[in-house]
Ligand binder design. Structure first.
Ligand code: G
Ligand code: G
Ligand code: MN
Ligand code: NA
Length: 254
């Protein structure tokens, strides 16, 4: 309960900030970033999301926090639109189940785009299979509306949830993110290699882009490229970082 009180106070005082992790293509170009929230706690220091997102979801505080995250990411998109080096970047934002299933979620997203002046084409929302299956029909309806406005949709942590190919066929997605658990042992586990290969092939057959998460070495990146996967994210390319540092980012291996 102490942490929940702090979280409520943290929201009031805007103690949160967004870090951004590069998303890179096979030509070593950064084409996007994933926004990852941090909590600058007055006593505890910088708190990672793993330590408070669960509580924010359970307490309902994820609703105001999620709106703050979206508004901050969209404000960043609008700022970058005036910077030729950054204007092309897609900004991916993690959406929690509770936000998505809010009756007014689509209206909330559109209002924030309007308010910030962000180009909807630069915004990508990351959803997970487990949150979609809670209300598949409702989710599909909302996703279609978001897509009509040019917003991109990505399926996060792919392969760890209730992957039903029937769902995948029906979901209006742009991208699959291969979960990092499959990438970790790609070079030593033949099963992971087969799974990644299958996900890449299936994703491309469904006209989705496929991004591999958790890429930590050049060897993993090279193997992914061999398997036909051309979009990557992970510590090899860069850790989540403050926005100021992103300007100086250079791709390893470029
Ligand atoms: O960085 P870390 O490994 O602690 O992140 C843990 C989890 O927090 C991840 O599953 C990540 O998706 C989630 N997360 C990070 N930033 C956000 C955010 O802005 N909104 C939501 N809903 N989840 C986030
Ligand atoms: O659930 P989601 O996929 O949004 O969470 C992404 C989380 O994975 C973030 O907390 C991010 O910091 C973390 N992450 C990003 N790249 C790597 C990586 O290369 N290795 C590991 N172990 N974690 C990573
Ligand atoms: Mn994510
Ligand atoms: Na993920």
């Amino acid at each position: 309960a102490a942490l929940e009180t702090d979280l409520r106070e943290g929201l009031r005082q805007e103690q949160f900030l967004l870090y951004y992790q590069p998303q890179v293509d096979s030509k070593h170009q950064m084409f996007g970033v994933e926004a990852l929230v941090r909590w600058q706690h007055p006593q505890r220091g910088l708190v990672p999301p793993g330590s408070f997102i669960g509580l924010a979801e359970a307490s309902g505080l994820i609703e105001p926090l999620g709106l703050w995250i979206l508004r901050t990411a969209c404000t960043q998109i609008a700022h970058w639109s005036h910077n030729p080096a950054m204007a092309h970047l897609q900004v991916a934002v993690n959406i929690s189940a509770r936000q998505l299933h809010h009756a007014r979620f689509v209206e909330q997203v559109l209002a924030i785009l309007d308010e910030t002046g962000a180009n909807p084409e630069r915004l990508e929302l990351e959803l997970t299979e487990s949150q979609l299956v809670e209300d598949m029909e409702g989710a599909i309806t909302k996703m279609k509306k978001l897509k009509e406005h040019g917003i991109h949709l990505s399926l996060d942590d792919f392969g760890t949830g209730y992957s039903s190919l029937n769902h995948l066929k029906r979901l209006p997605l742009d991208q699959l993110k291969i979960d990092q658990s499959f990438v970790r042992d790609l070079l030593i586990d033949a099963n992971d290699l087969s799974i990644v290969k299958a996900i890449v092939g299936m994703g491309h057959s469904l006209h989705l882009s496929v991004l591999a998460e958790g890429v930590e070495t050049q060897e993993q990146r090279d193997m992914l490229e061999q398997l036909g996967c051309i979009f990557y994210q992970g510590y090899w390319f860069g850790r989540p970082m403050p926005v100021a540092q992103l300007q100086d980012w250079r791709s390893p291996g470029a």
